[in-house]
Design a protein around this ligand. Structure first.
Ligand code: MCN
Ligand code: CUM
Length: 795
């Protein structure tokens, strides 16, 4: 499939490396983002946020703000209550306050909303609003959320007496206990996957306009799921769905941050209803970091059982999940803990059990997003840390231990002990390839030599400590099928429409929406792959609910597995229809035609043929079409995937730790990914590069911490560090190609793979350098130094 011919423009026909079509506008500064939307008469707005993590609202006085000469309106929770809009549903069946009415429940929560002639006046007026708060005790640490004397955060919910959201379990507890009871070796470990933030370059925002004459609501908004948002607006606000148009223009990164609906979006709609004008709301960086969806925040206790020879027998885990003040986790309804129960990972053993207890705390909505693959990030971290701890316990090389336990190719399709059916894989080959690129044996030899040298008298105390870390991951991406997977009752299937115009140029209408993943290029390549039109002749239309078919959106790396399949099937239908039309035009039987890329021709006489472009003209022209064949050359599809796709990969990280400062330098990082055939290898590599940087950031520097009063300590880029090219090594990538047997063109998703797979590799490398069993991320210099001194990592 990598063997590509070139279009007249020089781009590959079908799969292959080509520059991204969308970059023609991005590199010229011609991207069009929500904040670039400016409508005649448009007003601006700003949100007043709570300084407290938990407080009762005694009173709100908006009179001074309303008197500001440029202020048009001030909205409070009490006003929204009258409109029945004070609360809205979250993606997990909970409710969240649009504007606080009774209490504020996290620092940064929305309290009041100002609409003004310009953004500066709106922000100035926020300072004129007087809110009297009565501070309440705060639950900042999930470990204390269930203490008997903990304040009940969600006293708005009928009958609530504590902060528990749910207990959920998967796997067979009894069978697992039996295996553990008789196992030769059991290793237990507590670990935290800290709260982190997706921090996309573009913050969240919206421009809403309710045209009172036509009754049409148009909302330009930063969303990864425009169709789902439209339906939710219709359900929540009682607006007629055919009168709602959601447009997500260019999006400057999503990473899961833009899956849900934020109060600000709803408020911009309220603002337009109140003023009759278009209203823009754009949050700033601190607002984004403090109030929008957070990721992770899992406190995990893992136990792994094995024989003394290193055959893994079972894994059990208990998780305490910090969901913040409102349960807004984005995941299919039937999976309250996401896909966490895929934690058995890439290994062959029968016994597994997990229990997840989710609690409310006085923090912003957590556990939502950030290349999470619906909690597979946490699952992979858990299992890859546990396997490494086991290797440490057994004094077996971690690569050897993994090789001994990896699923073997003949076991696929593989049914995991917690119910997942892995579609395809050749795991040992991927690990071997990573070890080959890394030169694993030489690296271990170098490490041994360095450690020996450090023992010599007069050894340099500043000599770096070398560490080598491995991880192997399996993801399940591409949700549905819809009978198992829905969000708020909307099944995870995707529509797609392909139209080939008379002149042989095509438009592909997608329900998913790129935020930087390059869909305008790769989806054109999918269609090109099937019908042979050059990708530059195929325009991808997306991000506008009026002009695209319904579908659930881009997250969980589902675009290519689901919408990509829809595009391939639509293209196949066009190709089939083109054959019938070509047969009519060539006056032969359909069976007499053979396909070569982009053209149907008569068997045995290749000079007699019709290209797709010629067939498109015929389909729209005066040619007499056969019985039952309608004119035009188009197709529309709703694709309901039969299963997830299961990409996998083997990662190796080499670090050097400065023993005197605790600073960690990632010397090398080898990533072998298998996402099936690569539609555009350059884009896949870009996705992997980005994900590796994400993972390095989480392992070494990113954490949103809170003090005991619930103050967010990571509310700016001064405090919340993101990795830059300075911290990243030159990534060394490899690949294996194992097609998905159920995807029409064999591809698996890849958009989150590296973010999922890389943190355990970096952490395992740092701990290998320090030669200690476990310490928690992030390995900032201070944390690493403490760990080196044998001191606790957390104050
Ligand atoms: N691709 C390919 N060959 C494959 C698999 C994928 O060429 N075998 C291409 C796809 O066609 C697409 C890209 O790689 O252009 C990513 O595809 P996919 O894995 O289907 O993921 P999605 O398009 O659904 O993107 C979502 C995923 C998620 S969930 C997060 S989070 C994340 C990620 O993408 N957010 C991103 N990568 C991101 N990259 C950018 N630049 N910005 C974000 O917000
Ligand atoms: Cu889970 S972050 Mo992505 O799925 O948009």
């Amino acid at each position: 499939m990598q063997d590509v011919s070139l279009s007249p423009e020089g781009n590959p026909l079908g799969f292959g490396r080509m520059l991204r079509k969308e970059d023609a506008r991005f590199v010229r500064g011609q991207g069009h983002y929500v904040d670039d939307v400016n409508l005649p008469g448009m007003l601006h707005s700003a949100i007043l946020r709570s300084p407290y993590a938990h407080a009762r609202i005694v009173s709100i006085d908006t009179s001074a703000a309303e008197a500001h000469p440029k202020v048009k309106a001030v909205v409070t929770g009490a006003m929204l209550e009258d409109l029945k809009l004070a609360w809205m549903p979250t993606l997990s069946g909970d409710v969240v306050a649009v504007l606080a009415t009774d209490k504020v429940r996290f620092q940064g929560q929305e309290v009041a909303y100002v609409i003004a002639e310009d953004e500066y006046s709106a922000r100035d007026a926020l300072e004129l609003i007087e809110v009297e708060y009565e501070p309440l005790p705060v639950v900042a640490d999930a470990k204390h959320a269930l203490d008997p004397d903990a304040p009940v955060i969600r006293d708005d919910l009928e009958g609530r007496v504590d902060n528990k959201i749910y207990d959920w379990e998967a796997g067979d507890a009894d069978a697992c206990d039996a295996v553990f009871a008789s196992a030769e070796v059991v290793v237990a470990q507590d670990m935290i996957y800290p709260r982190v933030h997706p921090a996309p370059m573009e913050t969240c925002g919206s421009v809403a306009y309710l045209d009172k004459v036509t009754g049409k609501l148009t909302i330009w908004t930063t969303t990864q799921a425009p169709h789902a948002h439209r339906t939710i607006y219709a359900l929540v606000a009682g607006l007629p769905e055919q009168k709602i148009q959601v447009i997500s223009p260019d999006i400057g990164g999503g990473f899961g941050n833009k899956v849900g609906i934020y109060p600000g979006y709803v408020l911009s709609i309220v603002g337009s209803i109140v003023t009759g004008k278009p209203v823009k709301w754009m949050e700033d960086r601190s607002e984004n970091l403090m109030s929008t969806s957070f990721a992770r925040d899992y406190h995990m206790h893992g136990e792994i059982a094995a024989t003394r020879e290193g055959k893994i027998l079972g894994l059990r885990v208990h998780v305490l999940a910090d969901h913040g003040a409102f349960n807004g986790v984005a995941q299919p309804t039937k999976f309250p803990a996401g896909f966490f129960h895929i934690f058995t990972g890439s290994y062959d053993y029968p016994a597994a059990h997990c229990k997840v207890t989710a609690v409310y705390t006085n923090k912003a909505l957590g556990g939502v997003a950030y290349a999470c693959s619906f909690r597979i990030t946490e699952a992979v971290y858990l299992v890859e840390r546990m396997v490494t701890c086991l290797a440490d316990e057994l004094k077996i090389d971690p690569a050897e231990l993994r090789m001994k336990n990896l699923l073997r190719p003949e076991q696929f399709p593989y049914l995991s002990p917690t119910g997942w059916e892995y579609d395809s894989g050749d795991y040992p080959r991927a690990l071997q390839e990573a070890m080959r690129i890394a030169g694993y044996d030489e690296l271990r030899a170098e490490q041994a030599a360095r450690r020996a040298a450090a023992q010599e008298p007069g050894a340099d105390p500043a000599a770096p400590l070398m560490g080598i870390g491995l991880s192997f991951f399996t993801e399940g991406v591409g949700a549905g099928p819809r009978k198992h997977m829905d969000i708020l009752g909307l099944g995870m299937a995707d529509g797609c429409e392909l139209r080939v115009h008379p002149t042989g140029k095509a438009q592909l209408r997608l329900s998913v929406q790129t935020q930087g993943q390059g869909h305008e290029t790769t989806f054109a390549q999918i269609v090109s792959h099937v019908i042979g039109l050059p990708p530059e002749d195929i325009e991808v239309v997306h991000g506008d609910t009026d002009n695209t078919p319904f579908g659930l959106g881009t997250y969980g790396s589902r675009s290519t597995p689901v919408s990509g399949a829809a595009a391939a099937v639509a293209a196949q239908r066009v190709k089939d229809k083109a054959r019938v039309i070509a047969a009519a035009a060539l006056e032969c039987a359909v069976e007499d035609l053979e396909w070569e890329h982009g053209r149907w021709y008569v068997k045995g006489d290749p000079s007699q043929g019709k290209t797709i472009a010629q067939i498109a003209m015929a389909a729209h022209g005066s040619l007499e079409l056969p019985e039952g064949v309608e004119g035009h050359l188009d197709a529309s599809v709703v694709y309901n995937p039969p299963n997830l796709t299961y990409p996998f990969g083997a990662y190796i990280c080499v670090v050097d730790v400065d023993p005197q400062t605790g600073s960690v330098k990632v010397r090398r990082f080898i990533a072998v990914d298998d996402c099936g055939p690569r539609i555009n290898p350059m884009i896949v590599e870009g996705q992997v590069h980005g994900g590796l940087a994400d993972g390095l950031g989480m392992a070494l520097m990113e954490v949103i911490a809170f003090d005991s009063d619930g103050n967010n300590l990571g509310g700016s880029f001064m405090d919340y560090l993101l990795p830059t090219s300075m911290e990243c090594p030159s990534w060394e990538l490899g690949q294996t190609v194992t097609p998905s047997p159920h995807h029409p063109i064999g591809v698996k998703g890849v958009g989150e793979s590296a973010t999922v797979g890389s943190p355990p590799a970096v952490v395992n490398a740092v701990l290998d350098a320090l030669q200690i069993r476990h310490a928690d991320m992030p390995f900032t210099p201070a944390m690493t130094w403490r760990a080196l001194q044998g001191r606790p990592m957390r104050p």
